[in-house]
Design a protein around this ligand. Structure first.
Ligand code: 5GP
Length: 178
C-alpha cells in the first residue's frame, strides 16, 4: 500500500515498515549497550507509542519491565490553571532507571510534562526514546536521548500515529500526499 486515504486526506509512504523495524532493532541494541547490568523500566506513552513499544520490547534481549501511561490535564479545584497528572503509573519508580517511549516528539511539551511529573518520584535516571523527532518544531527542555528518525515538521500517520483516530494500525509511516 503505497497510498492510502484516511477520512478526507490522501497519504503516501514516507518510512516503509522494513526501515522502521531495522531502526527499532538498532535502538534496542544501543539501549542495551548503555544500560548493561541495569534493570530498565520502560514507560510507554499511550496511545501513539503502543506499536513502537511492542516492537522495541520484542527486540530487547535483556529482562526489562514496561508500563503504559497517559498524560491527563484537568482544571484543579483550587487553582486557576490546568493541572497535569499521569494516569496508569502503577510501578514504584523511586531509584529506577526509566526510559520514556514516545511515538513522536514534536514541540516537546508532552515530554516536558511527563519528566516534571516523574522527577518528583525520584527515579535514579530518566531518558527519552522517541521513534520520530521534529527538530524544527521542538521548543522543549528535554531533547530525546534516543531518536529513530529526525523528520521535517510535516504531519505523519501510521505505526501508532493517527489522523482523527484512523491510521494507527498501519505498519509503515505515511505523510500527506504532495
Ligand atoms: P508534543 O507534545 O511533542 O508537541 O507532541 C506530542 C504528541 O503530538 C505526539 O505524541 C502525537 O500524539 C502528536 N503529534 C505530533 N506530531 C504529530 C504528527 O505529525 N502526526 C500525528 N499523527 N501526531 C502528531
Amino acid at each position: 500500500m503505497n497510498e492510502i486515504q484516511l477520512h478526507d486526506k490522501h497519504f503516501e509512504v514516507f518510512i516503509p515498515s522494513t526501515d522502521i523495524l531495522e531502526k527499532v532493532a538498532a535502538l534496542a541494541a544501543s539501549i542495551e549497550k548503555d544500560y548493561q547490568g541495569k534493570n530498565i523500566l520502560f514507560l510507554s506513552i499511550l496511545n501513539g507509542a503502543f506499536m513502537f513499544s511492542s516492537d522495541l520490547m520484542k527486540a530487547m534481549r535483556s529482562n526489562v519491565e514496561i508500563s503504559f501511561i497517559k498524560v491527563s490535564s484537568y482544571h484543579g479545584t483550587n487553582t486557576s490553571g490546568r493541572v497535569d497528572e499521569l494516569i496508569g503509573l502503577n510501578s514504584p519508580i523511586k531509584g529506577r532507571d526509566i526510559i520514556i517511549l514516545e511515538d513522536i516528539v514534536d514541540t516537546g511539551i508532552t515530554i516536558d510534562k511527563v519528566m516534571t511529573l516523574l522527577k518528583s518520584s525520584q527515579p535514579n535516571s530518566i531518558a527519552v526514546c522517541s521513534l520520530l523527532y521534529k527538530p524544527s518544531a521542538f521548543k522543549g527542555k528535554q531533547k530525546p536521548n534516543y531518536v529513530g528518525f529526525e523528520i521535517p515538521d510535516d504531519f505523519v500517520v501510521g505505526y501508532g500515529l493517527d489522523y482523527d483516530q484512523l491510521g494507527r494500525n498501519l505498519s509503515s509511516i505515511y505523510q500527506l500526499k504532495k
